[in-house]
Design a protein around this ligand. Structure first.
Ligand SMILES: Cc1ncc(COP(=O)(O)O)c(C=O)c1O
Length: 373
């Protein structure tokens, strides 16, 4: 006979998922209603409103796509891009590379603009790429989880607007943990996830899509190459702007998952967005100071560092996998790195509920013991 589920309690300090707040887990166990129940339609409305506040946007088209972050990004890419469209992709690490792959999958002619890992794009690089010809879309990662670097967006966004192009941003790691002002920064579409700084389990790909991007979708001459992720079909369920039309079945929304997501948004707005960003920054600063005391350093140059995701250099002679498995035995998950940083760095997240001084202290105490420092 199969034993009942009994997962270990782990402090999740990788690049996500982070540990959800207990109120989020409790909300997910609330009585299930149908995805078209009047109560659930209210939950959907509240979720859209709170998500707009988090993205700092008035965009009507702001919803958690039923997927993980990747599905939300795919929704944006597949709706904005038609086969043959030119797309400039800024690549500052692994997830920029994935954006290029998504654009390619949507049929785009991809024009990559890259920098060495750990660096970020200079807006002039994007301006120069436009000298090679117009592009329908520019796609960038805001918080590059593979390198721990934050890509500044407003200057690039202005250049994109001057060239009458659209800007799409991967905000999977940044949303809820640092400033991201979609309207003020002139971002046309952004996608994130539920399981990092928002502090819910994986299962939502929150997106926001602005009026210029919606216009581009209306001007398409070819159908969107996805049924499930077709934004216009999706909004027949989530509700078109100003429409009183009854919502039409598109898919069975993951009701319990959305309960959790809505609760996580409620907690964010109860705490206050600025207070939350500040808490993430403080946890990061404390972590860097404590790492320094045990002789460890970060890979990412100080001027580019993200608050919520730290890429820590593995000291010479230290075995990556051994340390991670000893940490896991102590109930703490930290993560390895990708590509050129594999075996050379750990990726350590302080996201959502875990961006606190007690968590940092427990982490560094255990890391020091495991490393014998
Ligand atoms: C920057 C970035 N983009 C995209 C993704 C993919 O998101 P998901 O795993 O939620 O599909 C991740 C996941 O870690 C990420 O860090």
């Amino acid at each position: 006979m199969r034993a009942p589920l009994d997962p270990p309690e782990v402090l999740l300090l990788g690049p996500g998922p982070s540990n959800p707040h207990p109120a989020v887990s409790k909300a997910m166990a609330a009585p299930l209603v149908s995805h078209l129940d009047p109560y659930f339609l209210t939950v959907m409305e509240e979720t859209m409103t709170d998500l707009r506040t988090l993205f700092q946007t008035r965009n009507h088209h702001t919803v958690p796509v039923s997927s993980t972050g990747t599905g939300g990004l795919e929704t944006i890419m597949f709706n904005l891009v038609e086969p043959g469209d030119e797309v400039i992709v800024g690549i500052i690490g692994h997830f920029g590379q994935r954006l290029a792959e998504l654009a390619h999958a949507a049929g785009a002619v991809v024009r990559p603009v890259d920098v060495p890992w750990g660096q970020v794009l200079d807006p002039l690089q994007i301006a120069r790429e436009f000298e090679n010809g117009p592009a329908k879309l520019v796609a960038l990662v805001h918080a590059e989880t593979s390198t721990g670097a934050a890509q500044p967006l407003p200057d690039i966004a202005r250049i994109v607007r001057e060239h009458d192009s659209l800007l799409m941003v991967d905000a999977v790691t940044s949303l809820g943990g640092m400033e991201l002002d979609v309207d003020e920064w002139l971002i046309d579409a952004a996608g994130s996830c539920s399981q990092k700084c928002i502090g819910a389990p994986p299962g939502s790909g929150p997106i926001t899509v602005g009026p210029r991007a919606i216009d581009a979708i209306h001007r398409r001459t070819t159908p969107v190459a996805s049924w499930y992720f077709d934004l216009q079909r999706l909004f027949s369920y989530w509700g078109e702007e100003g429409s009183t039309k009854a919502r039409v079945f598109h898919h069975t929304a993951p009701v319990a998952n959305l309960y959790g997501f809505r609760e996580a948004l409620r907690l964010i707005h109860t705490e206050g967005m600025q207070a939350r960003f500040h808490r993430h920054q403080e946890a990061h600063d404390l972590f860097v100071a404590e790492l320094d005391q045990i002789g460890l350093s970060l890979f990412t140059p100080p001027e580019h560092r993200l608050p919520m995701l730290n890429v820590v250099n593995i000291p010479d002679g230290v075995e990556d996998a051994k340390v991670r498995s000893e940490m896991l035995e102590r109930g703490i998950e930290i993560s390895g790195a990708f590509g050129p940083l594999a075996g050379r760095a750990w990726r350590i997240g302080l996201m959502g509920t875990n961006a606190t001084a007690p968590v940092v202290n427990r982490l560094v105490t255990n890391l020091a013991e495991v490393l014998g420092r």
